[in-house]
Design a binder for this molecule. Structure first.
Ligand code: SAM
Length: 221
């Protein structure tokens, strides 16, 4: 699918898919969104309990969430193993156009390492962060391991309903440890109900500044 490189509200890049009329991130700010939803409201929240965490991501996309998680692990001395699934990986030439390292004033080599590392193998990215990239469709993937956190970052339910199904949420619930957390930017009533019907306790939190007003944190109780 053809991708267009776009700048979002905080100056950071994202991709836009004209065929789907869908962005990889909030138009109001890719970095602002990732930092707020996945890093602040999930990773750093859970890190108050434990310094060793296993994270599963739905939709690796540009690798922004992976990159921010690797940087946060190093800064906060958190031992993190992250598994990220992606059905349609971006090309390395596309990754090289993204300005995340520049905006964050961080090392671009970590970002490239994330993209250049082979799929289906666990890689050490820094002393605190290990990454396994899985090239598969979530619907077909058999989740054998268990996780403390799930970054649920699929395209919107209006665009890809099959990824927001009760079966998927059941599978993700099973893959979480007790008190494990799933976070998502989507707060639609039907999605909240599906999560609740599969055993999650839902919290609605404030969304990223300038973007969506709310987000969801779902806890396995
Ligand atoms: C909202 S974007 C993810 C953004 C990403 N987390 C980031 O940091 O850039 C959704 C991603 O899900 C991927 N995707 C689409 N269908 C999928 C499927 N069936 N299984 C796994 N990933 C899928 C898309 O290719 C896209 O990269």
């Amino acid at each position: 699918m053809q991708k267009q490189l776009v700048k979002t509200g905080d100056g950071s890049h994202s991709f836009y898919l004209p065929e789907m009329d869908e962005h990889y991130h909030s138009k109001h700010g890719s970095i602002a969104e990732s930092q707020h939803i996945f890093i602040q409201s999930a990773l750093l929240y859970k890190a108050k309990e434990t310094e060793q965490l296993k994270v599963f991501e739905v939709g690796m996309g540009t690798g922004l969430n992976v990159y921010l998680t690797a940087l946060t692990a190093q800064k906060n001395k958190l031992k993190i193993e992250m598994h990220s699934i992606e059905a349609y990986p971006i090309k390395i030439e596309e990754a090289k156009k993204l300005n995340y390292a520049e905006i964050l004033e961080e090392s671009a080599s970590i970002f490239y390492q994330i993209h250049e590392s082979s799929w289906e193998e666990l890689h050490k990215i820094n002393n605190y962060f290990h990454l396994l990239k899985i090239n598969d469709q979530l619907e077909n993937f058999n989740l054998k391991e268990s996780y403390d956190l799930i970054y649920f970052d699929a395209f919107a339910p209006e665009k890809q309903e099959e990824l927001w199904s009760p079966e998927i949420f059941k599978k993700l619930y099973k893959a979480l440890n007790a008190n494990g957390i799933l976070v998502t930017y989507c707060v639609k009533g039907i999605i909240r109900r599906r999560l609740q019907e599969n055993g999650f306790k839902i919290e609605k939190l404030k969304g990223p500044v300038g973007g969506k007003r709310e987000m969801l944190r779902a806890i396995k109780v």
